[in-house]
Structures are given as structure tokens and as C-alpha cells.
Design a protein around this ligand. Structure first.
Ligand code: FES
Length: 483
């Protein structure tokens, strides 16, 4: 047996104005699950409300938040000090949330009376989308649902599952669009919290957007981006300076060569924020890392994949892979979180792809002097959820500034084509970031992704800095300026 001290959220909307965390110490078997801890508390206080049914990860009824993250109470291992709260859904009592409205809105198939039997290949295509246990963990974390009437990730998963089923007589894409298909920011949070690991953004939302594209239903602004990539190889137009025009192909470090990487600049750092990429080069020169920058690289294709416009994606992939492979590059470094997630998840590369924070963690930082500011960090979704990188940027930032304060992670609203296609939704999510940033009391907000930097700057009362710029300052140098 083991003794665990935990905190459990208690809330009765009939009598309480707000939830409170109640401390409990209970004895449970070694290897106990969160649900066993709740059972132990319930035996001492039968008024504790929570749900369970199958107790085997199959019914979804027991989903709660453990230390802030959604989890199934019956499969999550219990730990001393854990905090158990309800999912971020309307609370009925204590840990019981309203699941009915979420589950009842999930679209269901209208099977035709036509004698069609799904073939084995249909079943295989449907497989990645059919394991949902309707726990609503994804719904509880979806940023778009916080600011719009978006029906949510599991509803889009269901629409795509139905679209793949030959027994469905109707075309569900227009319905999915009316339910908010284009408001999803591709933040991937729903995928990361799903107990069944269903990749809803990539396997459902982007696929529904592909069907919409084939039917001429892509948003006009997204079509413009696709046309730009087709004609220029880039998803944004160049400003006065383009990074790739400013630099030599090989940038040698100041001292001994400790490592070598190829740099995939991405459209935003190339055309909109070239100074940040120049700051990165200064950091690499000080860190002893040779950087090779193939000039024939093009857009990674992320803006096309996220918006369902994939007809010429393979040409982009080929060009990019060849640019690095022809030079024998073993590690390709990205600085844009969206490009990094795309190269890692949507490409099959003959080289290793690493985010700049992984490269610096691997090869080591140059000596730094802490910048006298209080900084908070915004997790880019394509870094946190797309590449599961959260620790490295924080550790680097903590070495570069005098004080670091945490801020809860939440999508800024700029991804998935939402900033260009649904600017009101992006702005509403940006305003939520403003509130969160102000709560931290930090002097500056630090991030890595250029899309986040660009977007948050419009919705922040504090300066937004790239981590590389902060590192240049911590090296005692002036950040790059192209004015
Ligand atoms: Fe059924 Fe946990 S009780 S999934």
C-alpha cells in the first residue's frame, strides 16, 4: 500500500460561488490509478461526485484534468501531490461535467438503404478515426471553441469518418464548413490530449479541407496564398530584404567548429522577419556551429497542407529535400515551428530535422550574461503540440534572462490559415493571449515561431521577442536591424 496526498476540486453550483481545491490523504494499492484515489476519497466522503463506468479506458466517462492536463482517471497512474480537477467544460458537480450537449452534437451517419457493404480498404481508411470514446477531452481544450460556435474536433473527426463511409448517401463537407471547419487553428492540442491518440487535425480537419478544395470551397484568401506559392515558391511576398539574399551559403563559426547544420529558413523568416534569422546566425557563430543555407529551398508547404490545398505539394517537398540532400547535410535546423512540424510530420526526410532550441541544447550554448528583464514564454503550438518541445526553449530562456515567469500554454490564433482566412477568430484568440500575458506581469514575451511573434505583437501590451534576439542580447551584442 502507499499513502498519497492529493487535491481534488469541489464545486456545487447550487451552493458555491467558485470551485475550491480540497486536500486529501488516502491509502491505495501500489500502481493505483487516479480513479482508485477518487474511490478511496469517496469511501470517506460519499458526497464527492465523479463518473466512471468501464474502468478500462473504453467508455470515456471518467475524463478529468490531472495536474492541468486531460486524462482518463481509470488509466492515469496516481501520483503523490497530484491535483484533480474537472475538464474545462460546464461543471455539474465536483468532477462531473456536462457531457450531454457535447456528445449529442457529434454528427452521426445517415446510412442509406442501398445494400452497400464497406470494402476492406474503406474500413482501413476509416480506422484511424473510429476509436473515439467521446470523453470530450479534445473539446475541453479546443481554442477555437472558446471564441466561436465551432462544433469541435470530435465532430470534425466524425464528419471525416462519415465522408469515408460508402454507406453515407450525403456530402457532409458543406455541413462541416457551416460547423466551423475553417476556424480550427491546427494547434494539434486535441490530438495531444486524446487518450486514443486520434490525429484529428491531420487525419480529419485537413482531409475535409482537401475535399472542400476539390469542390471549389476553399476560402478565397487561402487560394491567394496557394497561387503565391505556385508562382513564387513562397507563401508571403518579400519585403525590402529577404534573408536568403542577404547571407552567404556557408556561415562559419567564430572559433572551433563543434557542429554543422543546414538551415531551413521558412517563408516568414526569409521575407517578413529576416532580422530574427540573422540573430540566429550570430548565436550559432558564437556557439561553434557551422550553418549551411541552400538558396534553392522553397516554402515547406505547411500553409497548403493546413488549408487542404495539396495538389503541388510533392514538388515543394522534392525541391526542399534535394536542396539539403545534395549537400550531404545530416541535420536540418528549423526556427519556424510550423516549418519544423511540417518537415518532421509531413515529410519523409533522409536527414534529421531539429528545432533551433534542440540544436542549441545538443551542441551547447555560448557563455551568456543574463539580460535584466522578467520574461514569459509563449509556447508555439507547432513546437509544443507539433514537435512536443517545451523544455528546451524554457531552459535556454532561463539562462538568458534574470527572471522567468510561466504562462499557461494556449494557441495565439494565428495557425491553420485562421489569421488569413478568419481574422476575427484569430483576433479573438489573440486577445485571450493579451489577458494571459498581462497576468504574468512580465516585461517581455518570448517565443520562437514567426507567426506567433507577428500575431501576438498585435495583441500584447509588452514587446514580443524571438528567443534568438534575447540570446544575442545575452551575448552582449546588438540584435540585427535592417532599417
Ligand atoms: Fe471508462 Fe475510464 S471508466 S474510460
Amino acid at each position: 500500500m502507499m499513502q498519497l496526498s492529493v487535491k481534488v476540486s469541489r464545486f456545487d453550483p447550487d451552493t458555491d460561488s467558485e470551485p475550491r481545491l480540497e486536500p486529501w490523504t488516502v491509502e491505495v494499492e501500489e500502481g493505483a490509478r487516479v480513479l482508485n484515489v477518487l474511490d478511496a476519497i469517496h469511501s470517506l466522503d460519499p458526497t464527492l461526485s465523479y463518473r466512471s463506468s468501464c474502468r478500462a479506458g473504453q467508455c470515456g466517462s471518467c475524463a478529468v484534468k490531472v495536474n492541468g492536463e486531460p486524462a482518463l482517471a481509470c488509466t492515469e497512474e496516481a501520483a503523490d501531490g497530484m491535483v484533480i480537477e474537472p475538464l474545462d467544460l460546464p461543471v455539474i458537480k465536483d468532477l462531473m461535467t456536462d457531457l450531454v450537449s457535447g456528445i449529442s452534437s457529434i454528427p452521426r451517419i445517415n446510412t442509406c438503404d442501398c445494400g452497400i457493404i464497406p470494402k476492406q480498404e474503406d474500413i482501413e481508411r476509416i480506422k484511424p478515426l473510429r476509436d473515439c470514446i467521446e470523453c470530450l477531452s479534445c473539446v475541453s481544450v479546443c481554442p477555437a471553441m472558446k471564441v466561436t460556435d465551432f462544433l469541435g474536433p470530435t465532430s470534425m473527426r466524425s464528419q471525416m469518418r462519415i465522408a469515408l463511409d460508402p454507406r453515407e448517401p450525403g456530402n457532409r463537407v458543406r455541413e462541416a464548413i457551416s460547423q466551423g471547419l475553417f476556424t480550427c487553428t491546427s494547434c494539434n492540442r486535441c490530438w495531444r490530449v486524446c487518450p486514443k491518440n486520434i490525429e484529428t487535425p491531420g487525419k480529419a480537419i485537413e482531409k475535409l479541407r482537401e475535399i472542400a478544395n476539390r469542390e471549389g470551397l476553399t476560402l478565397p484568401r487561402h487560394q491567394e496564398v496557394s497561387n503565391l506559392v505556385k508562382t513564387t515558391g513562397r507563401s508571403v511576398e518579400s519585403g525590402k530584404y529577404a534573408f536568403l539574399d542577404l547571407v552567404d551559403e556557408v556561415i562559419e563559426p567564430y572559433g572551433e567548429v563543434k557542429g554543422e547544420v543546414g538551415f531551413f529558413s521558412g517563408c516568414m523568416f526569409n521575407a517578413r522577419l529576416p532580422e530574427r534569422a540573422l540573430d540566429m546566425l550570430e548565436v550559432m557563430r558564437n556557439a561553434g556551429i557551422r550553418v549551411i543555407i541552400p538558396k534553392e529551398q522553397v516554402c515547406c508547404g505547411s500553409p497548403l497542407i493546413r488549408t487542404g490545398q495539396t495538389s503541388f505539394l510533392d514538388e515543394l517537398k522534392e525541391k526542399n529535400i534535394r536542396a539539403f540532400q545534395d549537400r550531404g547535410i545530416k541535420i536540418v535546423m528549423t526556427m519556424c515551428a510550423g516549418c519544423g512540424a511540417t518537415l518532421k510530420n509531413d515529410y519523409d526526410t533522409p536527414f534529421k530535422v531539429m528545432d533551433v532550441s534542440e540544436v542549441l541544447t545538443c551542441f551547447g550554448l555560448p557563455p551568456l550574461t543574463k539580460v535584466p528583464v522578467t520574461a514569459t514564454y509563449h509556447d508555439p503550438c507547432h513546437l509544443k503540440n507539433g514537435q512536443q518541445i517545451t523544455k528546451e526553449p524554457r531552459e535556454i530562456l532561463e539562462k538568458a534572462v534574470e527572471r522567468f515567469v510561466e504562462m499557461p500554454a494556449q494557441c495565439c490564433g494565428s495557425g491553420g490559415g485562421v489569421r488569413s482566412g478568419m481574422p476575427d477568430v484569430a483576433a479573438a484568440l489573440g486577445e485571450l493571449r493579451r489577458e494571459a500575458i498581462n497576468k504574468t506581469g512580465a516585461d517581455i514575451v518570448v517565443t520562437i515561431c514567426p507567426f506567433c511573434e507577428y500575431h501576438i505583437q498585435e495583441h500584447s501590451d509588452r514587446p514580443v521577442k524571438n528567443l534568438m534576439t534575447v540570446l544575442v542580447q545575452a551575448l552582449g551584442k546588438e540584435p540585427a536591424s535592417l532599417q
